[in-house]
Design a protein around this ligand. Structure first.
Ligand code: AHR
Length: 305
């Protein structure tokens, strides 16, 4: 599905209110803010939901605590975006034993038992990394190019998968990842890590940032070092939120692969179906595009997030 609003109108016609507990990763990025808004704007009383929402501040223990409290409340459905991939089986087993269905949004869990959740709605992060890597490889054919990578939160699905996708797409090319560190998906940490890279290396050609916010932090560090982002050092990011797209249209970022945060409507629809006992797809892949400067300039005026 395309994750656009309106997709769920039909699914929202049930008369029973659905109590849903949602444990969000945090408020680390522009993407996350748009994702939270989409969920809160869709899972409304008007649409038949009673939403309990909690922000885990990027900590797994907070998410586990939130999920346990939703189980204790006896909600109809639990949904969450897992901050990291591993370590979920015990709490998911508790939900299952309590008969409460779980829906994953945005990020996957690494579990051998896929009966622990009903459905996983989100982008294909490996593909996003590949799209970024393919663009980088096309730009830099013929010469050796030095890449630094700003990774997302250590152990999170998007950081693992985007790294893997990018790495496989540049394999056998002249691009070389000379350093790779986590900036935790935040602007502040992206800036700090980039400052460190700039002190260590004077020959960086390209930054691959796992999200727009870290890329925007890198821009600040590059400018503070007296260099021109987008020219002296090229930048590729993932997300395509407004601030990122604005920087792309100004030429400070060179390419962005989208990650669509508007997951609320799909989540509402799947929650309705799960509660009604209907079959749902185990994996719902959200489609993403990619933007260069021209495409970003064109898309910006009507961009929802
Ligand atoms: O899980 C999606 C990622 O999380 C987004 O790409 C990033 O901006 C967010 O923090």
């Amino acid at each position: 599905t395309d994750g656009s609003t309106g997709a769920t109108e039909e699914a929202m016609s049930g008369d029973e209110t659905i109590a849903i507990g949602f444990s969000q990763v945090g408020a680390e990025s522009g993407w996350r803010a748009a994702n939270t808004k989409s969920i809160q704007d869709t899972l409304t009383a008007e649409n038949g939901f009673d939403l309990s929402f909690s922000d885990a501040q990027q900590k797994q223990e907070n998410q586990i605590q939130a999920i346990r409290s939703y189980i204790a409340q006896g909600v109809d459905v639990i949904a969450f975006s897992p901050v990291v991939e591993t370590g979920w089986d015990p709490v998911l087993q508790e939900a299952k034993s309590a008969g409460i269905p779980v829906i994953l949004t945005d990020r996957a869990v690494d579990s051998e038992d896929d009966t622990l959740y009903e459905s996983f709605i989100g982008s294909d992060f490996v593909l996003e990394g590949e799209m970024a890597g393919e663009w980088a490889a096309e730009q830099y054919d013929g010469e050796g190019y030095k890449v630094v990578e700003l990774q997302g939160t250590t152990g999170s699905a998007p950081a693992i998968d985007r790294k893997e996708g990018f790495g496989s797409a540049i394999e056998g090319t002249d691009l070389e990842i000379i350093d790779s560190q986590t900036g935790n998906f935040t602007r502040t940490e992206g800036k700090q890590v980039m400052e460190g890279f700039l002190q260590k290396y004077d020959d960086i050609d390209l930054v691959f940032a796992h999200n727009d916010d870290m890329g925007l932090g890198a821009i600040e560090a590059i400018e503070a070092a007296g260099l021109t982002p987008g020219e002296d050092i090229k930048i590729i990011t993932i997300d395509a939120v407004k601030d990122g797209m604005t920087a792309l249209s100004e030429g400070k970022i060179n390419y962005i692969v989208e990650c669509n945060p508007l997951l609320g409507p799909d989540l509402a629809e799947i929650a309705q179906k799960v509660v009604a006992g209907e079959e749902v797809e185990k994996r719902i892949v959200v489609k993403d595009e990619a933007f260069d400067q021209e495409a970003a300039t064109e898309a910006l005026p009507t961009r929802e997030y």
